[in-house]
Structures are given as structure tokens and as C-alpha cells.
Design a protein around this ligand. Structure first.
Ligand SMILES: [Zn+2]
Length: 259
């Protein structure tokens, strides 16, 4: 299953913040990566998450709101934008067919506009929560990431190409409709966890940030990923600097051979 699927890890920059923003009660500061992924399948091209707003470079208050701008300091070199990351591997951003947003926080979907012809695939619960929240008075507006786009709202598991090689998994909790992506290729399973777990060690220590939609639901989702790991899957966490340092990044493929 999944022969011919290639996956690339894309570096969409970094965020520095008090460690307590990532692990409740932690001391000090942490600098974490903001990853995205490109999946090339014989039936189409997909991107999982799309990085941070370009406006964050010049006007953080306008980009994400005063509160978040005080918490998070971005490191976004020019090549951190999702279109530039795709160009690193020779992929035309206009030819992306599917954008999968794990959820609608600013560091996971702000690059949607740079992939103008893609259908956006989100969990129904995530889109509903964004609509219910409405447009904020200042800062990042999740609804704007979906407005005017072809959006497919899925409810639970969704097999993107119909062959079991790329499957979206509901991992609710961090947000109302958070989702992860299971890749069954190269003879094994890899799960792009997104922010279901920020760090790989979260799978075992269960330490969550102080904010979140529903911590108990998130722990259930984490336990599901841990069970997959126990059966042999590789789980890739959402913002883990140590794990990220060990992963091949574009232009090198993470899974499959470069064409
Ligand atoms: Zn995140």
C-alpha cells in the first residue's frame, strides 16, 4: 500500500515563547519548529498544514492579535512561506490539489491563500467552531482561511485518495475538530500528529498546555496515537524541536525516493 507516495517535511519557521505556553507550569523559554508536509500521491498532491501568516514578520499585532503577539516571537526567514518551501522541491504551489489543515490556529493554516487552487479539507467540527466564533475584533481570523474556497468538511476518518495510504484521523481536543494524518507507505505507518501532541514525549507524559478546547478529549486522542505507536507506527509530533532535528527536510524526502 502507498507505493509511489512521497512525503517531504517543510520548515515553515519557528516560534519562541515561554515554555508554559507549550507545557502547563514549565519554566524558561522554548523555541519550537512550525512544520508542514507535502504529500505526493499518484492521484494528487496534498499539503498538511500551511504555516504562519506572512504579516507576522512586519505587524504581529495585526497578524495574530496583541495577546498572542506578546507570547510568541516568530523566526520566519523568507523561505519559510509554504509556497517557497514547495518551490524548494520543484513543486508549483498552484498545482496543489488538497490542503489539509490539522486545525485553524495561525501557525497551521495561514498559508492556505498561497495555495490558491487547492480544495481545503478540514473536520466539520473545526469549521463549525470557527463559524460560531465569528471574526475576531483584532488578530487572526480562522474563517478567512476558508472563505471563498472549495472546502470539504469531513466528519471523522477520511481516506483522501481512496486507497488507504493517506487517511485523516479525528484527534479532537486541542481544538474542537483537530485532525491528524496517517500515512501508510514504505511498508509502515507514520502519523503526522499535528498539535494533538506538541512533543513526542507528550505521548507518555501527557503534559498539555494550559489552554485547549477539551483536555480530557485531547488525552483520549493522544492515547489513540500511543496505541498506534505501540503497534509499530511512527508518531511525528506537532512542535518537537528534538524530533524535528532528526528528520530529513525538503529538499530531501522524509518518505520515498526523490524523483
Ligand atoms: Zn501549532
Amino acid at each position: 500500500m502507498g507505493d509511489g507516495v512521497k512525503v517531504y517535511a517543510l520548515n515553515c519557521g519557528w516560534l519562541t515563547a515561554p515554555a508554559a505556553a507549550f507545557i502547563e507550569g514549565a519554566d524558561g523559554t522554548m523555541k519550537v519548529p512550525v512544520p508542514a508536509y507535502y504529500i505526493e500521491h499518484p492521484r494528487g498532491r496534498a499539503v498538511f498544514d500551511t504555516g504562519m501568516p506572512a504579516l507576522l514578520r512586519s505587524d504581529p499585532d495585526a497578524a495574530i492579535g496583541t495577546y498572542l503577539a506578546q507570547v510568541f516571537t516568530p523566526d520566519m526567514p523568507p523561505e519559510a512561506d509554504i509556497d517557497k518551501q514547495l518551490e524548494l522541491i520543484g513543486v508549483d504551489p498552484a498545482r496543489i490539489d488538497h490542503v489539509i489543515n490539522s486545525h485553524l490556529h495561525f501557525d497551521h493554516c495561514a498559508g492556505n491563500a498561497l495555495l490558491p487552487n487547492a480544495r481545503i479539507v478540514v473536520q466539520k467540527r473545526e469549521a463549525e467552531a470557527a463559524r460560531e466564533a465569528g471574526a475576531p475584533e483584532e488578530g487572526f481570523d480562522p474563517n478567512a482561511m476558508l472563505a471563498g474556497r472549495d472546502v470539504k468538511e469531513v466528519d471523522g476518518e477520511f481516506d483522501l485518495f481512496g486507497d488507504g495510504s493517506v487517511v485523516l484521523l479525528p484527534t479532537y481536543g486541542h481544538t474542537a475538530g483537530h485532525q491528524s494524518m496517517k500515512l501508510a507507505c514504505d511498508g509502515g505507518e507514520t502519523v503526522l500528529a499535528g498539535d494533538c501532541c506538541y512533543f513526542h514525549k507528550t505521548l507518555t507524559d501527557m503534559k498539555l498546555p494550559g489552554f485547549g478546547h477539551d483536555a480530557e478529549e485531547q488525552r483520549r486522542s493522544i492515547r489513540r496515537l500511543k496505541a498506534m505507536e505501540d503497534r509499530g507506527a511512527r508518531i511525528i509530533a506537532g512542535h518537537d524541536p528534538e524530533q524535528w532535528a532528526t528528520m530529513p527536510r525538503a529538499p530531501q524526502p522524509m518518505i520515498g525516493q526523490r524523483a
